[in-house]
Design a protein around this ligand. Structure first.
Ligand code: NAX
Length: 331
């Protein structure tokens, strides 16, 4: 078997942890040859030659062709998976202005995802899967998907890192191994308004709230801890999460490509079909199940109490205001 995988932000820190794992056999299987197309902005594209040298030096048997390009069209042509990791970070100076506000970030990155979405819709495979990692993830995916104008393709925005963080904190508190924690949903936006759902998450098959039996910790410490974990890593490391973000990309690709185990689900943001009252089309974190054959469904019938509903309302409102801020990019 052979698969074409395109990755933007190929010279960034997440990509450095991600790329070897895409061609090691771990992500797409030991029987699949992986052709990697690394995409960067023109100022940085030369650096990718060094990355490619290292990928060759890893000596993985599954390594197919390796390409570095600053041309998004060349990069995504024929791609089965597109991992949109690249984006302009907060704090950078663009056209003489320091990008600090989320609204500026939305507009600048939104512009990038317009062109990338169009190229993917026209040139990536029919049925291609696209995972957006670059922030603001959900709204970038909304713009990209709208501009791709190709409903055969499936767009996802990454919340798996939030879900992994949410599981790890529950496991630590309960004093159990991480494998005991299942059914984690991160509802809504990949931002501090996300709602990691401890009521429907399970520890050894029992609701995490019941298993931990400390509602004050759950509602007042646990949820903010998960919501602010990205910032805590930046404060401690002096750089944003990279190894764990790369790991979450791999988790998402594997969750989408393989059948979900009975009784469990995984977390990613997908276009809402109106489930749970979320406005249609909004790219929203939901509990998902995959058939492993290309179809991914939103899990229905999950009970949401008033606490959950109030948190989901907040994150929905934030996503609607992000959508409003980029509405001219959605025409
Ligand atoms: P880096 O700044 O190390 O790398 C980003 C790379 O993207 C740079 O090399 C840059 O040149 C490239 N790039 C910018 N615009 C591009 C374009 N138009 N086409 C191709 N490449 C382009 O950031 P890194 O730490 O790798 O993070 C990448 C993105 O992931 C950031 O937006 C970051 O905020 C986001 N994250 C998202 C997470 C999630 O859970 N969804 C968690 C981790 C991370 O914070």
């Amino acid at each position: 078997k052979e698969i074409n995988v395109a990755v933007t932000g190929g010279a960034g820190q997440i990509a450095y942890s991600l790329l070897p794992r895409l061609i090691s056999g771990e992500t797409f299987g030991t029987d699949t040859k992986v052709n990697l197309r690394l995409i960067e902005i023109p100022q940085v594209v030369d650096k990718l030659e060094g990355t490619i040298m290292e990928l060759v030096d890893c000596g993985f048997k599954q390594t197919g062709s390796l390409l570095a390009t600053a041309n998004i069209k060349e990069g995504v042509e024929g791609a089965h998976w597109v991992l949109l990791v690249g984006s302009i970070p907060r704090g950078i100076v663009v056209d003489g202005k320091k990008i600090e506000e989320r609204s500026d970030l939305l507009r600048i990155n939104g512009g990038i995802f317009t062109g990338q979405g169009k190229a993917i819709g026209e040139l990536a495979q029919e049925g291609a899967k696209i995972l957006v990692v670059g922030n603001p993830t959900n709204t970038n995916a909304l713009i990209g998907r709208t501009k791709s104008n190709n409903l055969s393709q499936s767009w996802f925005a990454m919340t798996a890192l939030d879900a992994n963080r949410a599981k790890a904190q529950l496991a630590e508190k309960a004093g159990v191994g991480i494998a005991s924690v299942t059914n984690m949903t991160v509802w809504g936006n990949h931002s501090p308004t996300m709602y990691p759902d401890p009521y429907n998450a399970k520890i050894d098959g029992v609701s995490a709230v019941e298993a931990i039996s400390d509602l004050d910790w759950i509602e007042n410490q646990y949820i903010p801890l998960v919501q602010q974990r990205g910032k805590a890593v930046i404060d401690a490391r002096g750089a944003s999460s990279a190894a764990s973000a790369a790991n979450a990309v791999i988790d998402t690709v594997k969750s989408v490509d393989s059948p979900t185990e009975d009784g469990n689900w995984f977390s990613a943001a997908v276009p809402s079909d109106g489930s749970y009252g979320i406005p249609e089309g909004l790219i929203f974190g939901f509990p998902l199940r995959s058939s492993g054959q290309g179809s991914v469904e939103i899990v229905q019938g999950i009970e949401l109490n008033d606490f959950a509903k109030s948190k989901i309302k907040l994150t929905t409102e934030e996503l609607l205001s992000e959508k409003e801020a980029v509405k001219d990019l959605l025409d």
